[in-house]
Design a protein around this ligand. Structure first.
Ligand SMILES: [Ca+2]
Ligand SMILES: [Ca+2]
Length: 128
């Protein structure tokens, strides 16, 4: 029988299955790049773990994406970074963090900004 499972609180039973919220990244647009020459390489992370990219971006470029990632709990930290190879003072610049929450649905595009006027917008939705 299933007495043990029935006695387990719902939030514990749900761990690891498809009832966790899922974020879907739908579009990324470069309004103003971080690199003055060439391309930005933009990586997307959730709670500090990269799950999409890096994508080559330049001013005015908009790309459609279908990258998804699950998260546990009611919210997660969505962040962008501009990836640079090697070691130095200019590596992997953070372009900001956006809090995403279960039940967000489809929202207005989120703005991500960094030093030297870097601006990106990202459209995403949260299911669950
Ligand atoms: Ca850079
Ligand atoms: Ca770079």
């Amino acid at each position: 029988m299933n007495e043990r499972r029935a006695a387990t609180p719902r939030h514990i039973r749900n761990r690891g299955n498809n009832t966790m919220p899922i974020i879907k990244i739908e579009q990324l647009e470069c309004v103003n790049p971080q690199e003055e020459n060439g391309y930005d390489e933009i990586a997307i992370s959730l709670n500090g773990t990269r799950f999409a990219g890096p994508f080559s971006m330049r001013r005015g470029r908009s790309i459609k994406l279908a990258a998804t990632e699950q998260f546990a709990g009611a919210s997660a930290r969505l962040s962008l970074s501009e990836v640079d190879p090697g070691k130095g003072t200019d590596n992997d610049e953070a372009l900001g963090v956006h809090k995403v929450e279960a039940g967000d649905g489809t929202r207005e595009p989120a703005f991500f900004t960094g030093r030297r006027g870097t601006v990106y917008t990202m459209r995403y939705s949260v299911r669950g």
